[in-house]
Design a binder for this molecule. Structure first.
Ligand code: MRU
Length: 348
């Protein structure tokens, strides 16, 4: 990749500001855990794995900045930051998974503040590095699904920008490209925040992968015309029965795919599976401000006074999903059996 989504800089966390892409490639240097939390909340960094990594680095940063020689106070302050990170965005479970991993460092007994500081950094960097490795494995396991000459549809951005690097849904495509396959990617623009049009398109142009942007309401026409062979999307949280929360619009796409007999695959790390949830009805769905719908690029496009409904995610029922591509392989239906059988023991 020609860019870094997020970097640990020792005394700060550097984040590529995704709100400005593709027009402006600008980084934000976060010097405090609060500024990392703000970057997650305001979506300067977004995508389930990426916000997990950002939260972990934010917690490690807090560890460096808390000035006390009293271990109990140190632990209390780090705990406060963990809670602050957990309040940034509710749907992507990778965030809570990463916070849990950072908290487990604090639980290791008999450590002084100096050791804890070092351990927090070590854990955050491990989460970062593992994410890139996991994405590469997802790519490797999923690339066989892409046949030479395929037309692929994707939604939102599940690429290097949404992860520590490489990507999940786009990672599968990068791996297929590296195998010498030729294919064409159709990119849903992904209203309201245009992660497809702005971010996925930006990545694919840089990677020189042939791609076409469409507005979200054009997918059906493309499918009916035979141009789409498969759909690959990312995920923010997957319940034990395979129901999958992903960017708003994924559900509609999945219904269309089923109707046209086109397989829809979800590409996600095992850390995106919430083993504590029986079904997708239990997944908390983030609702964001109405401005995201009534405005585009800061310009109002709807009349003042109109009501807005703006859920950031929807849940695709497991019956519409052909398979879940993880770092350990492709999980196939029936998911209520296969998820636990295939990857249940790999969960941390
Ligand atoms: O609101 P966002 O941009 O954070 O939503 C991102 C998505 O829905 C992605 O598809 C998902 O997080 C998977 S990223 C590998």
């Amino acid at each position: 990749m020609k860019f870094k989504t997020i970097e640990w800089k020792g005394d700060r966390v550097r984040i590529l500001d995704q709100r400005r892409l593709p027009g402006l490639v600008r980084h934000i240097d976060c010097n405090t855990a609060s500024s990392v939390a703000k970057a997650i909340r305001e979506m300067a960094i977004r995508g389930a794995p990426a916000i997990g990594v950002a939260a972990a680095m934010g917690i490690a940063l807090a560890g460096q900045k808390i000035r006390t020689d009293r271990p109990a106070l140190f632990l209390k302050e780090v705990d406060k930051v963990c809670r602050q990170m957990g309040q940034t965005r509710p749907t992507a479970v990778n965030l809570f998974w990463a916070i849990r991993r950072m908290r487990s460092v604090l639980g290791r007994s008999a450590q002084g503040i100096k050791e804890l500081r070092a351990e927090l950094i070590k854990e955050a960097l491990a989460i970062y590095r593992e994410d890139i490795e996991v994405n590469r494995s997802i790519g490797e396991k999923g690339q066989n699904l892409i046949k030479d000459g395929a037309g692929i549809l994707t939604h939102c951005n599940a690429g290097a920008l949404a992860t520590a690097g490489y990507g999940t849904a786009l990672g599968v495509m990068y791996a297929a490209r590296d195998q010498g396959k030729r294919f064409h990617v159709f990119v849903d623009e992904t209203r309201p925040l245009l992660q497809g049009c702005r971010l996925t398109a930006w990545e694919l142009v840089q990677e020189k992968i042939p791609a076409t942007v469409i507005t979200d309401n054009m997918a059906g026409v493309l499918m009916a015309s035979g141009k789409i062979d498969l759909v690959i999307v990312g995920a923010d949280r997957i319940a034990r029965n395979g129901d999958t929360a992903n960017k708003i619009g994924t559900y509609g796409l999945a219904v269309l795919s089923k109707w046209h007999g086109i397989p829809l695959y979800v590409a996600a790390p095992i850390s995106t599976i919430d083993f504590g949830l029986d079904s997708g009805t239990e997944i908390p769905i983030e609702e964001r401000g109405g401005d995201e719908v009534t405005h585009i690029g800061g310009k109002r496009i709807a009349p003042t006074g109109i009501k807005v409904f703006n859920p950031a995610f929807d849940v695709t029922p497991h019956s519409l999903i052909a398979g879940i591509i993880t770092e350990k392989g492709i999980i196939r239906p029936p998911f209520n059996k296969s998820i636990i059988r295939d990857v249940g023991s790999k969960a941390t």
